[in-house]
Write a protein that binds this ligand. Structure first.
Ligand SMILES: [Zn+2]
Length: 216
C-alpha cells in the first residue's frame, strides 16, 4: 500500500475529501452542519437548549475510518473501498436504529438485544426500520431526497458479497472496478446526509415532542 496523506489538524473545517462535520444537541439529538450551531453561538433551533456541550458528529472513531477509506480510494484499492464503505454504512444504519429505539424509550439492554437478534442488514432495513418508524426505508429515503440510495446501496452490497463469498448463485466477482468504487464513495457522502435527515425526522423531532414543555 502507498503512503497515506498527511493528517490534518482537527480544528480546521473539513476539507474537500474529508468526512463532513455536524454538531449534535445533547438534549434532543438534533444534528446541524451550521457552524454557528456548532460554535455555540445559537440555542438549539429544535428544543431551545443552551449552546454548551455540543458534540461533533460523526464521532472521532468514524472520522478516522472515513479518512482511511478515502486514502484507500486515492490509492486505487477499489475492493477494499467497497468492502469498507459497505461495512461503514451498516454501522451507520445500526447507529440510527439504536437512536430511534432510544428515542422510543428502549434502554441499552433492550436495544442491544433487538440489534443482536436482527443482524442481517436486509432485515434491519426491511423489517426493523418500518416497525420502529411506521415507514418503509425506501419511502423515507425518497421523501428526504435520496430516492435512489436504497437501490444503489443494495447493488453495492451485492457486489461486495459476490466478491467476498464467491457465491455461484449470485455470480462470482473477481475484481471490483474503479467505477463501482467511485459509486461507493458517492454513497458514503450521501449516507451522512441521509443519516442526519432521518435523525432529525425520527429522533430529534420525536424527542422534542415527548419533552416539549407546556406553554408558560
Ligand atoms: Zn435540541
Amino acid at each position: 500500500m502507498k503512503q497515506t496523506p498527511p493528517k490534518k489538524t482537527p480544528h480546521q473545517p473539513p476539507a474537500e475529501g474529508e468526512a463532513p462535520r455536524y454538531w449534535e444537541c445533547p438534549v434532543c439529538g438534533y444534528l446541524s452542519a451550521d457552524p454557528a450551531f456548532g460554535g455555540g453561538d445559537t440555542k438549539c433551533p429544535l428544543c431551545g437548549a443552551p449552546s454548551d456541550a455540543r458534540r461533533m458528529w460523526p464521532p472521532e472513531r468514524q472520522r478516522k475510518l472515513d479518512a482511511r477509506i478515502r486514502a484507500y480510494q486515492a490509492d486505487g484499492e477499489d475492493e477494499i473501498v467497497v468492502i469498507l464503505v459497505a461495512t461503514f454504512l451498516e454501522a451507520l444504519l445500526e447507529d440510527i436504529l439504536d437512536r430511534i429505539m432510544q428515542t422510543r424509550g428502549a434502554d441499552a439492554s433492550v436495544r442491544a438485544a433487538v440489534l443482536d437478534g436482527q443482524r442481517a442488514v436486509g432485515i434491519r432495513i426491511g423489517r426493523l426500520f418500518p416497525t420502529l418508524t411506521g415507514e418503509q426505508f425506501e419511502d423515507a429515503a425518497a421523501e428526504l431526497g435520496f430516492r435512489d440510495f436504497p437501490h444503489r446501496w443494495r447493488q453495492m452490497r451485492a457486489v461486495r458479497n459476490a466478491f467476498i463469498h464467491d457465491d455461484p448463485y449470485e455470480g462470482v466477482q473477481e475484481t471490483i472496478s474503479p467505477a463501482i468504487s467511485a459509486d461507493a464513495m458517492q454513497l458514503l457522502d450521501q449516507a451522512y446526509k441521509l443519516f442526519v435527515s432521518i435523525n432529525n425526522r425520527f429522533v430529534a423531532s420525536a424527542t422534542r415532542a415527548k419533552q416539549a414543555p407546556s406553554p408558560a
